[in-house]
Ligand binder design. Structure first.
Ligand code: HEC
Length: 150
């Protein structure tokens, strides 16, 4: 019994220590599913702010802040799932042949999201709108270069 508990404790520690950057995928297909799921959630949390940015829905400062916080968590997830040998899904081959360009697109997105976070925290609607547009551009710019059109 004691031994068993010890093993569970070790397994628990390993689970806790596994950040996404250390994520291991048994099959390429698992990596594709993982990054597509993360992107789909990003799409959901980004998209639900669009009516506010378009002035079709009222600006609720706290809701926007909450959404941006979720987006910040999600934004760190997909990239570890583009390791060597995980080609597939809607990912273009350029992700692997032009790794530095892909990294640059991630960095642009991260920078834009940082500005959106500052604007959301400040509760400044005009700054939010501008920063929201810039994040949208950074999503699109990466998709134009690295995501296959359907
Ligand atoms: C650095 C590149 C990059 C950035 C930045 C990026 N994406 Fe993506 N996105 C991709 C790639 C590549 C795919 C194709 C998925 C795959 O790997 O098969 C994708 C796929 C998607 C999908 C489809 C997921 C599915 O269900 O298959 C959605 C939705 C999406 N992205 C939304 C977003 C949103 C919203 C943002 C910005 C807030 C964003 N992405 C930023 C590269 C990016």
């Amino acid at each position: 019994m004691r031994k068993k508990l010890g093993l569970f404790a070790v397994a628990g520690l390993i689970t806790l220590a596994s950040t996404p950057s250390m994520a291991q995928f048994a099959k390429a297909e698992d990596a594709v599913k993982y990054r597509e799921a993360a992107m789909a959630l990003m799409g959901s949390h980004f998209g639900r702010m669009a009516p506010v940015a378009k002035k079709e829905a009222p600006y609720d400062k706290d809701k926007i802040k909450e959404n941006v916080a979720v987006l910040n968590v999600l934004a760190g997830l997909p990239w570890a799932a583009y390791g060597a040998g995980t080609e597939g899904g809607e990912a273009k081959a350029e992700i692997w042949s032009d790794a530095s360009g892909f990294k640059q697109a991630q960095d642009q997105f991260t920078t834009a999201l940082g500005k959106l976070t500052v604007a959301a925290d400040a509760g400044d609607f005009d700054a939010f709108r501008v920063a929201f547009g810039a994040v949208g551009k950074s999503c699109k710019s990466c998709h134009d270069s690295y995501r296959k059109k359907k």
